[in-house]
Design a protein around this ligand. Structure first.
Ligand code: HEC
Ligand code: HEC
Ligand code: HEC
Ligand code: HEC
Ligand code: HEC
Length: 402
């Protein structure tokens, strides 16, 4: 997230050098216990898979999502529509191109979450830790962002959740890719936390991405309702979030409250979002009320609004929090308008979501700066997308007074 906040200066070695795949370290091992998973499964970048096991067909020995999709059609059809599959986005790629030539360490730090397989990285460390050209780099796999194999494959072994009946029964002999190791870890919120919870920076004691901690403090954690229960209902690979109007509308309750007259108030409650609404520093939600006359014309200067968001700013590399009005689970924002205007007959309330408010400003700033042609084209596309993602989840007019 947030782009250029990481700065690392290590130089990388010459490209053009031929590297023998067998000379590269493959640190994958097998995981069977839950505790081992928590510690090591999410080493990122995910270590090279190494040579495919003997007897694997070309279908089984492919890391491409479309190949998984030949047998797992439902997951592939879902995944294609998601932000995870689009994680190698123009906004990311437009920044990476600037560092590719001289600072691949930084590129890799971003790929760790956006395209985490080592096979998605143009350079990998050799046994001494120096970055060398990756002989098994697959540029089209990189374009596919957060791929199936990043979550499910280590050293060619498939890992997945328990069977739907809760059992861990092994696959029948001869099953494709030797079946899968099944573990409850896939149903656990910690599975998602490596990429959705930052350790630092933490302005005002709260990490810039604090989703796991927010969830842990909520009633959902107490009831055992993890990230998957809302973001992967019935195990669907959908991961809808702040960019999806139905998902957002389902996470909040919006109603008019009749305060002590003469006033009218709109209440937004985080009634079904398992963390703060919204959880990140990048979206903004604007709640507004305006008064209308008997002909439903807007009465000038009657509009008031309030923003639900967390505002942070980097000052010479130090992140500071300027405000935080996000809604913790079960808390509300009440926006009240005093109705002293004699012409007022109606009140109109709106709630508008800007999923990419921060990025829209950031990309606008980058486009205005000096960028290479390749970077400028990608960042302009990212700016266009960020400017077009807003939507309205509430727009209602009520009669007030007599
Ligand atoms: C710990 C995981 C993680 C790392 C590391 C990471 N990101 Fe992200 N990034 C995310 C998540 C999660 C989001 C979506 C939430 C958000 O917008 O904050 C995101 C969103 C973005 C976006 C906005 C959405 C889009 O794709 O246009 C950009 C741009 C971006 N990241 C660039 C980068 C860059 C550049 C780096 C490296 C300097 C980086 N990220 C490192 C997790 C990560
Ligand atoms: C971000 C990580 C992630 C990605 C990417 C991902 N999965 Fe999954 N997958 C999971 C998790 C987590 C579960 C278990 C969900 C649960 O138990 O609620 C799962 C479950 C599954 C299952 C078992 C489904 C069932 O009904 O029992 C299959 C099969 C599967 N994934 C295949 C795929 C394929 C194929 C892709 C790519 C097209 C993919 N996954 C991409 C995390 C991921
Ligand atoms: C040739 C068909 C085929 C291909 C290609 C394939 N799978 Fe599978 N996969 C299967 C079958 C069949 C099972 C069920 C085995 C069992 O009963 O335990 C399975 C099981 C799984 C499981 C365990 C969960 C479940 O649904 O039983 C996961 C996770 C999984 N595959 C992921 C993947 C991923 C990721 C890829 C691509 C990198 C992939 N598979 C490619 C056929 C395939
Ligand atoms: C390997 C890192 C990684 C893992 C593991 C991961 N995610 Fe993500 N996720 C990302 C990145 C990166 C993005 C943002 C991509 C972008 O916008 O460019 C993202 C985006 C999302 C979004 C979309 C948010 C929006 O803006 O609408 C949701 C929801 C989400 N992830 C949920 C989950 C859940 C639930 C899990 C666990 C099953 C999970 N993720 C596991 C990296 C990860
Ligand atoms: C009780 C349901 C529920 C649970 C549990 C839940 N979420 Fe969400 N999540 C939502 C809803 C609804 C939204 C859309 C509203 C919003 O953006 O906050 C959302 C939005 C998101 C987003 C979009 C970014 C943003 O700023 O909101 C991400 C990323 C995300 N969730 C990740 C997670 C992760 C990771 C977990 C587990 C630690 C989790 N969620 C647990 C319901 C849930």
């Amino acid at each position: 997230m947030l782009g250029a906040w990481l700065a690392s200066l290590s130089a990388c070695s010459d490209s053009g050098v031929q590297v023998d795949p067998a000379s590269l370290p493959v640190e994958n091992r097998r995981f069977h216990e839950l505790d081992e998973f928590v510690a090591d499964y999410w080493l990122r970048p995910v270590p090279l898979q190494g040579g495919a096991p003997e007897g694997f067909s070309s279908l089984e020995a492919s890391l491409q999502p479309a190949t998984c999709g030949t047998c797992h059609a439902q997951q592939y059809e879902d995944w294609k529509t998601t932000i995870h599959s689009g994680a190698f986005s123009p906004g990311l790629a437009g920044q990476l191109v600037n560092w590719e030539g001289y600072n691949y360490e930084t590129v890799r730090s971003c790929l760790a979450c956006h395209a985490p397989l080592s096979e998605q990285s143009a350079q990998v460390p050799d046994t001494s830790g120096a970055l060398v050209p990756n002989p098994v780099f697959d540029a089209s796999l990189q374009q596919n962002g957060l791929v199936c194999a990043a979550c499910h494959v280590r050293g060619w072994q498939r890992y997945g959740p328990p069977r739907r009946d809760g059992s861990l029964t092994a696959a029948p002999p001869g099953s494709p890719h030797g079946g899968a190791v099944r573990t409850a870890y896939f149903e656990d919120s910690r599975f998602c936390s490596g990429c959705h919870q930052f350790e630092f920076p933490a302005p005002n004691g709260k990490s810039l991405q604090n989703t796991f901690e927010e969830w842990e403090a909520s009633r959902y954690a107490e009831k055992g309702l993890g990230c998957q229960s809302c973001h992967m209902p019935d195990r669907r690979h959908l991961w809808r979030g702040v960019h999806d109007s139905l998902m957002v509308a389902g996470g909040v309750t919006i109603d008019w409250v009749t305060g002590s007259a003469p006033s009218v108030a709109l209440r937004v409650t985080n009634s079904g979002t398992g963390h703060r609404f919204p959880t990140y520093v990048t979206p903004e939600v604007i709640v507004g009320i305006e008064l209308l006359d008997a002909d439903r014309r807007v009465i000038e200067s009657s509009a008031i609004e309030s923003a639900i968001r967390r505002v942070v700013e980097s000052r010479s590399g130090i992140w500071v929090e300027l405000s935080d009005t996000r809604l913790a689970p079960d808390s509300s924002l009440i926006l009240a308008a005093r109705v002293e205007e004699p012409r007022a007959r109606f009140a109109r309330g709106t709630v508008v979501v800007y999923p990419d408010a921060f990025y829209q400003r950031m990309f606008a700033g980058m486009v205005a700066g000096s960028l290479s042609d390749t970077s400028a084209a990608l960042i302009s596309e990212a700016y266009r997308r960020a400017s077009e993602s807003a939507f309205t989840i509430f727009d209602d007019t009520i009669r007030i007074g007599s």
